[in-house]
Design a protein around this ligand. Structure first.
Ligand SMILES: NC(=O)c1ccc[n+]([C@@H]2O[C@H](COP(=O)([O-])OP(=O)(O)OC[C@H]3O[C@@H](n4cnc5c(N)ncnc54)[C@H](O)[C@@H]3O)[C@@H](O)[C@H]2O)c1
Ligand SMILES: CCCCC[C@H](O)/C=C/C=C\C=C\C=C\[C@@H](O)[C@@H](O)CCCC(=O)O
Length: 257
């Protein structure tokens, strides 16, 4: 039986998917610290959540995940308030193709740094309580997308990190499990594209119209797979408008390459 999840840390939780994940966790009685670079949106989400769930259940940290010190301080503030973090969700992300350096820094580097901060805190072989680390990638981390190649590269990198960590034979003794969420287009601010944010803008929009757009609720349902099931290590959850959520796991088929 897995460790009960009592507390979570969610990056990019002020709005969109991160907000949806945080609310679903709070609905389950899990305490949530969410971090976001948008101070005023984060504060108003915190006020709303506190009125729904109570002051002791939720906290917001104003945090730019591209600063590892800022990320570590926010994570430590959650540990201080809740005693421990059982679930780390690296969700903060951007999709603007004109911002290559920022994109890699937020979507890939910060997610890896967030995972490593959580890992050091959680690992049972160093006195921690174990835990789960969920990285929010994209279907664009599984298939090539020619109109968003930089975004795609950042998400392929994150999926590669996920596979590497999940295949670590020492993960079990550390009490760690790694999951990766890969939604297709979803109805949040990140898909408010214009010509500056995407290559081949018209073709990109046509592709988006052809495959459809997930609701946030559908992606939250897929995300909760990582909370509701005991053995999730290595799982990749895809969420598409055509097929809903599906769980894939090549690590359960073969232990190593
Ligand atoms: N919506 C989609 O179509 C879709 C599909 C697949 C994956 N995703 C991924 O889901 C995640 C959440 O995106 P979303 O769709 O909710 O978009 P969103 O723009 O609504 O939310 C992203 C959040 O990340 C925060 N953020 C951005 N940069 C940050 C930084 N430097 N530090 C801290 N917080 C920062 C933003 O302020 C925002 O609250 C992203 O990683 C995105 O790539 C989104
Ligand atoms: C660029 C900023 C926002 C991007 C949002 C999102 O992350 C981008 C998604 C891009 C492409 C999505 C493609 C979806 C394809 C699905 O129909 C399906 O074919 C994918 C199946 C993947 C798999 O199972 O291997």
């Amino acid at each position: 039986m897995q460790q009960l999840i009592r507390t979570a840390f969610v990056t990019g939780g002020a709005q969109g998917l991160g907000r949806g994940f945080s609310k679903a966790l709070l609905d389950r009685g899990i305490k949530v610290c969410f971090a976001d670079v948008q101070a005023s949106v984060g504060k108003s989400t915190e006020t709303e959540f506190k009125s729904l769930y109570g002051d002791d259940k939720v906290m917001f940290c104003h945090c730019d995940v591209t600063s590892v010190n800022n990320l570590e301080d926010s994570f430590n503030a959650a540990v201080k308030k809740f005693g421990h973090v059982d679930l780390m969700v690296n969700n903060a992300g951007i999709g603007d193709e004109s911002k290559l350096v920022q994109m890699i820094s937020i979507n890939l580097t910060a997610a890896i740094q967030g995972s490593q901060i959580a890992l050091e805190h959680m690992r049972k072989d160093k006195g921690g309580r174990g835990g789960r680390i969920i990285n929010v990638a994209s279907t664009a981390g599984l298939i090539g997308v020619y109109f968003s190649p930089r975004y795609c590269a950042s998400k392929f990198g994150l999926v590669g990190y996920h596979h590497s960590m999940a295949s670590n034979p020492h993960a079990k003794e550390m009490g760690l499990q790694f999951g990766c969420l890969c939604p297709a287009f979803t109805d949040t601010a990140i898909i408010n594209f214009d010509e500056t944010k995407m290559d081949y803008y018209d073709e990109g929009l046509k592709f988006l119209e052809a495959i459809g757009i997930n609701t946030v609720d559908a992606v939250v349902d897929g995300f909760m797979h990582f909370v509701d099931n005991d053995d999730i290590n290595g799982d990749i959850v895809t969420v598409t408008a055509q097929r809903g959520f599906q769980v894939k796991n090549k690590h359960k088929r073969k232990a190593h390459l």
